[in-house]
Design a protein around this ligand. Structure first.
Ligand code: TRP
Length: 340
């Protein structure tokens, strides 16, 4: 199928609400790119199940939630196509064929997988029993996601780069074995702010520890979280000078208060800025930034049938492309024995 524009495929695991780390790390970038590229957003429920096979209800509940987060962040349903991964069986078929093109040891050496296996061992002990075949193979399935759509580019955060590299290797292997010009080797587009720290000064904003601000948070949620944020512990009195470099409120001002940043840092350093006022200014700016996002969320939450339709129609449209890819793949592999 001929493409008018270059194509994007990217996606999220539907496992929970998205937070501002996701916003700055990927959503904002997607919104910017949607005019230039034909964009497909995959709600990656099959991949989510590799970690949540014992809790499919959680994945089910988050399909609409994740889609609403993307729509609220500014992805336009007239420009982007939303797709439910498990409803595209061609992805699963491609995964089976690609699984011959990658060794187990290569998957175990994939830096993203390596980190995740280490985390699992920490949680479940060293037996390795927590690492399923499906989990180890999810980079193969992600290669199937990307190539099924014949995507040219994949906008992602830093932690996903090894997965895109794995896809590129699988494509090269496929091409050398079965023929060039069947699959496209995708490029990653890296977002700038891929590692937003938590309000507690933790290394990364995460769903645990209450260190995350969600796109769906209320004014009170935001106020409470910012009021509890970690500041320079050496500052005792309101007019003590402080070091903004060790303060999470200052760190967040960098994201939300760009217009007033020099003043904020100067006043913090010279002691003319109390932490309470400084936090209030941040709360106001976060609320202002998130308000248009929350407004869209309110709309979609009241029109869930519309979201459902976006997913159904998007998936239908996607399969026109993925069916063609699978056909070309089977033909190249010489396993196109007869028409269905
Ligand atoms: N691995 C991604 C994540 O954990 C989700 C994902 C699934 C994805 N398939 C994809 C991202 C294809 C980019 C392209 O967030």
């Amino acid at each position: 199928m001929k493409k008018d524009k270059k194509r994007i495929l990217t996606g999220d695991r539907p496992t929970g609400k998205l937070h501002i780390g996701h916003y700055f790390g990927s959503l904002e970038n997607r919104v910017k790119l949607q005019d230039e590229y034909e964009t497909f957003i995959l709600v990656a429920d099959v991949q989510a199940l590799t970690d949540n096979f014992n809790n499919p209800e959680k994945v089910r509940e988050n399909i609409l939630e994740t889609t609403i987060d993307n729509l609220s962040a500014g992805l336009d349903p007239d420009k982007c196509t939303f797709v439910v991964q498990s409803m595209v069986p061609e992805i699963a078929e491609l995964t089976v064929f690609y699984s011959n093109l990658v060794t187990v040891s290569r998957l175990q050496r994939n830096p993203t997988i390596k980190t995740e296996i280490a985390q699992k061992k920490e949680l479940f002990g060293n037996s390795g029993e927590s690492v399923t075949y499906g989990f180890l193979g999810y980079p193969v399935s992600q290669a199937a996601d990307i190539t099924a759509f014949d995507a040219d580019v994949v906008p992602v955060g830093e932690d996903q780069l090894p997965l895109i590299e794995q896809t590129r290797e699988i494509v090269r292997k496929f091409s050398s074995l079965y023929g060039e010009d069947v699959l496209t080797e995708p490029q990653a587009i890296l977002s700038k702010n891929t590692r937003i720290k938590g309000l507690d000064g933790g290394t990364k904003m995460g769903k645990s520890l209450g260190n995350a601000i969600y796109l769906a948070d209320t004014d009170e949620d935001i106020s409470k979280k910012v009021m509890n944020a970690v500041t320079d512990a050496s500052k005792i009195k309101k007019d003590d000078p402080a070091n903004p470099e060790v303060c999470m409120v200052a760190y967040y001002h960098k994201l939300f208060s760009k217009d007033n940043l020099d003043t904020i840092f100067e006043e913090c350093r010279n002691g003319s800025r109390g932490c309470v006022n400084c936090k209030k200014e941040l709360i106001k700016n976060i609320i202002n930034k998130l308000e248009p996002i929350r407004e869209k969320r309110r709309y979609y939450e009241q029109h869930k049938d519309e979201v459902q339709k976006i997913l159904e129609e998007g998936t239908k449209k996607a399969r026109k492309i993925t069916k063609e890819t699978l056909k070309n793949v089977k033909k190249a592999m010489k396993i196109d024995y007869f028409e269905e």
